[in-house]
Design a protein around this ligand. Structure first.
Ligand SMILES: Cc1cc2nc3c(=O)[nH]c(=O)nc-3n(C[C@H](O)[C@H](O)[C@H](O)COP(=O)(O)OP(=O)(O)OC[C@H]3O[C@@H](n4cnc5c(N)ncnc54)[C@H](O)[C@@H]3O)c2cc1C
Length: 455
């Protein structure tokens, strides 16, 4: 073994919860791998013994998706950037997107991953296992992060190390990208890089009137010169209720044409102009201080996250927004809307909604955060009940599809419905690559969480 297998209490306690602080599971052992071979050997051993195994990135999912009472593989230990070429990078799965973005930007000419999540202190393996929506870069003219992967190295549930791509073992490639760790642990990925601009100009517009906000949101996502858009919302009654953030990337001395970008919009903007990497790290600059001053990572986070077809966004808000109270988001939480162009999302997983006549789809997050680490009794249960209610409403009435990063309880049959016509292929890949169902029991996709024995 090149790495370490830890069985002491402190190591096991340290990985027994995730960012949600809603569930806990103390593993029997923690693998800090030194190589993919270490992961392969331990998975083969666990398979023989019937011990469940979960990969762990930053554990920033919020409902036990990466917890296990068997073995937890700390992928952060595999954290080397192996190569940075002119249009791609080969990296270990435990590399943080922040570190890849910084290394790519330091090159000459400057490069960037085409899609970056809002918070960039997440692992490559962790976001590729859920999808990776462009929270701060990408979405309007790109796919998800999973759409910009060329090749993967994966350790399967049989303990084999495989290389896969769209042309080599494509069934494994497709089952692992957005596959919630069900068929393999990603150990390396080759990821697209594209030229990076020098600066980012963000137009921040506030709204109390929903109609004007949605009209402007739809206008800017289709506007030439706008490279990234997202929006924030709070419960009704606070001002502004909606905030639209549209960003144009540029090289000096050729700034974007403000008048063209703002033409016809119904709010006056606050304009923020900063370097490209300051833009990329702008959400990290909000979250990281909250962890230091408010213990943000220890607060309770019953997050609700759904995909919506483009044509259903306003209907969803008409139904759901009036039901939200300030407690549904909390002073340290966020309501978020991310647009994604459908034609660039090409992989069978993660699941996204039917088109319902629109080229656009949106991720909507009600990212509830408690005010203290020990909120009033019943807080978590009532928010989890809200999430189930919201999920069935949005599924039935708005064609919504779960984005499985948050805290929505799902039964096995709900998972089957979630995967729809991809279910048979996904299950076949599970039987081929993890026939004993050793991997990632947390979400309960192929059975109840926490199956099988202990170390
Ligand atoms: C502040 C914040 C902002 C966010 N912004 C965005 C955003 O803009 N867009 C977006 O799409 N998401 C966003 N997310 C959600 C985020 O993408 C997911 O929670 C992601 O899974 C977190 O990565 P992680 O490294 O913490 O993964 P983990 O939570 O550690 O793992 C996620 C799941 O994948 C499995 N897994 C982990 N590593 C591997 C691996 N190498 N191989 C196979 N399976 C593995 C785990 O077992 C678990 O089931 C955000 C989350 C936070 C906390």
């Amino acid at each position: 073994m090149e790495g370490v297998l830890a069985v002491d209490d402190a190591s096991r306690d340290a990985v027994s919860a995730d960012l949600g602080n809603l569930s806990s599971e103390k593993p029997g052992a923690v693998l800090r791998p030194g190589s993919a071979r270490d992961v392969a050997e331990m998975i083969a051993f666990c398979r023989e013994q019937g011990i469940p195994v979960s990969g762990r990135g930053r554990a920033h999912t919020t409902f036990g998706q990466g917890l296990s009472r068997g073995l937890v593989v700390e992928n952060r230990c595999l954290n080397r950037i192996h190569s940075l070429g002119p249009d791609s990078a080969e990296v270990d799965a435990g590399v943080l997107w922040r570190d890849l973005a910084e290394a790519a930007y330091d090159r000459s000419p400057r490069l960037t991953p085409p899609v970056l999540t809002g918070y960039t202190g997440l692992t490559v393996g962790g976001t590729l296992s859920v999808g990776g929506v462009g929270g701060i870069v990408g979405g309007l003219r790109t796919g998800l992060q999973v759409d910009h992967v060329r090749e993967l190295e994966v350790v399967t549930g049989t303990g084999n190390i495989e290389r896969c791509s769209p042309t080599r073992k494509s069934d494994l490639f497709e089952a692992v990208l957005g596959g919630l760790g069900q068929c393999g642990i990603i150990t390396r990925a080759t990821i697209d890089l594209v030229p990076a601009r020098e600066r980012a100009r963000t137009y921040v517009l506030g709204y109390t009137d929903g109609d004007t906000f949605f009209r402007d949101l739809r206008a800017v996502i289709d506007r030439d010169g706008v490279d990234h858009v997202y929006a924030e919302f709070v419960a009704p009654g606070s001002t502004p209720t909606f905030t639209l953030l549209a960003t144009a990337f540029y090289d000096s001395p050729a700034p974007p044409d403000d008048r063209e970008i703002l033409n016809g919009l119904g709010a006056s903007p606050d304009i923020q102009d900063r370097g490209y990497m300051d833009h990329v790290l702008s959400i990290d600059d909000l979250i990281d201080p909250l962890c230091a001053t408010e213990g943000w990572d220890r607060l309770v986070k019953p997050w609700f996250d759904t995909w919506l077809p483009g044509s259903k966004l306003e209907d969803f808000f008409a139904d759901v927004h009036p039901t939200l109270t300030p407690r549904d988001i909390g002073p340290y939480g966020a309501g978020l809307i991310y647009p994604q162009r459908r034609s660039h999302a090409t992989r069978p997983l993660p699941r996204v909604p039917e088109p319902h006549g629109s080229e656009w789809m949106f991720v909507v997050d009600v990212n509830t955060v408690s005010e203290t680490p020990d909120p009033e009794p019943g807080f978590a249960d009532s928010m989890l009940a809200r999430n189930r209610r919201l999920m069935s409403l949005t599924r039935e009435r708005h064609g919504g599809v779960l984005y499985p990063i948050g805290s929505v309880e799902m039964t096995e049959s709900e998972w089957r419905d979630h995967y729809g016509d991809a279910w048979d292929g996904f299950r076949a890949a599970k039987e081929r690559y993890d026939p004993d169902h050793v991997l990632t029991p947390g979400p309960g996709v192929f059975g109840a969480p926490g199956i099988a024995g202990e170390v």
